[in-house]
Design a protein around this ligand. Structure first.
Ligand code: GDP
Length: 394
């Protein structure tokens, strides 16, 4: 699936056109679902390359210290979780003004670039990004509310993609209504009720909810011809999972409103389940466990949604979503980006912008404020890899 106008080099936006030729239209990528139906593209089973953790102060650690363990209520004991308990006194939300970009993932990559599987040169052909950015690409053909902007730079062959907060998203965040702030807390509070710090341990809901803390898995996959290296935040691992191998032992935790009518379920399948599917499918998380909250903010029921069965809920729905459309669009966008960002230059940024109802468009920028590959990363990557000690001939 490759719409016209996306051949390598078509992304040249500045510079004089040859004489006697009509000016080339600026390249863009359409997003209508009908253009991306067709067989499901190849998607390599994601394999975990490593992980890292961010602590309560948002400091990086190259280990799994922030990983938590799935610990649902014992069988026969229904949940009765007060999601509003502790708000706002025991809430330490992450500072959303801090623009981290890809920084934590780049730190992991810098420390592990010498030992990456796939052989020398694998990274040069890969796309590096957050899982959350790929989730937004997957859901784009069906999204009717929120646009996005993705900044792209090529460096040593690798294409890096980093989201930029749109002005509309920033305005919405700054004007976030108090009830929505509390709703965000409730999602994290649910995780606290469902997770223990040690395998086989019990959850401790008396502590603080600190959203600086994160466990991130780093994975390798491939979509069509695009090798991928991406990282995503993982809620917990299930010590009793059928296989202990990540990412198949991971569990995603979500909350949603209790539903009472078939219409409410249908809308849930059409909208929320699409986002849950995209996020968990990309990373290879097999199950999403949902806690349904009542109007008083209590979770009184849980339901497990196997990721690979989510599509069944909309397969026969004319207004449903289709995983092939999501993945084919994502593959088409990655081809579009690879063909547009031709120059290898960490200070050159192609900004891909999309608003619902329109195509993806591109603009070109140099240096601040758009550059997102930090100097420490570019300089360290430019040094020779520290080589292992050589056998010396006496
Ligand atoms: P997700 O799939 O949207 O949850 O995003 P990822 O799993 O790809 O997470 C990428 C990184 O962004 C991690 O360090 C997360 O802690 C962080 N992150 C996740 N959601 C948000 C958010 O809403 N705002 C900000 N600033 N960071 C976030």
């Amino acid at each position: 699936m490759e719409p016209r106008g996306t051949k390598r080099g078509a992304g040249k936006v500045e510079g004089a056109e040859p004489r006697n030729k009509p000016p080339r239209p600026a390249p863009s990528l359409p997003t209508e679902p009908a253009l991306y139906s067709g067989p499901f593209p190849f998607y390599r089973r994601p394999s975990q390359l490593g992980c890292f953790s961010l602590d309560a102060q948002r400091q990086y650690h190259g280990d799994a210290q922030a990983l938590r363990y799935y610990s649902p209520p014992a069988a026969g004991q229904g949940p009765n979780f007060d999601l509003r308990e502790g708000y706002p006194d025991r809430y330490q939300p992450r500072d959303e003004e801090v623009r981290e970009g890809l920084d934590h993932l780049l730190r992991w990559l810098l420390e592990h670039r010498g030992g990456l599987e796939g052989g020398p040169g694998w990274l040069a052909g890969a796309i590096v990004t957050w899982r959350g950015h790929l989730t937004k690409l997957l859901t784009t053909p069906y999204e009717r509310q929120e646009g996005w902007q993705l900044a792209a730079s090529r460096f040593q062959g690798t294409l890096y993609l980093s989201e930029v907060e749109t002005p509309a998203a920033r305005a919405q965040r700054l004007a976030r209504p108090p009830l929505l702030r509390e709703l965000m807390y409730m999602g994290y509070k649910f995780e606290q009720y469902m997770c223990a710090d040690k395998p086989g341990g019990s959850p401790d809901p008396s502590g603080e909810v600190n959203t600086n803390v994160a466990f991130c898995s780093v994975l390798r996959s491939r979509l069509g011809s695009h090798p991928l290296l991406f990282s995503g935040e993982v809620d917990c691992t299930d010590p009793q999972a059928p296989s202990p191998q990540p990412p198949t032992c991971y569990v995603e935790l979500k909350t949603s409103k209790e539903m009472h009518s078939p219409g409410q379920w249908r809308s849930f399948y059409r909208h929320k389940l699409l986002k849950w599917w995209a996020q968990s499918f990309l990373l290879g998380v097999p199950n999403v466990v949902a806690g349904f909250r009542n109007p008083e903010g209590f979770v009184c029921s849980l339901k497990t949604f196997p990721t690979m069965q989510m599509f069944e809920h909309v397969r026969n729905d004319r207004d449903g979503w289709n995983p092939s459309v999501c993945m084919n669009f994502c593959a088409a966008f990655l081809s579009f980006a690879q063909n547009t960002v031709v120059q290898d230059d960490p200070r050159l940024v192609h900004l891909f912008s999309w608003e619902p109802g329109g195509p993806v468009t591109v603009s070109v920028h140099r240096d601040t404020p758009h550059v997102f590959l930090p100097t420490w990363y570019v300089e360290a990557m430019t040094q020779e890899l520290p080589s292992p000690p050589q056998d010396t001939v006496p």
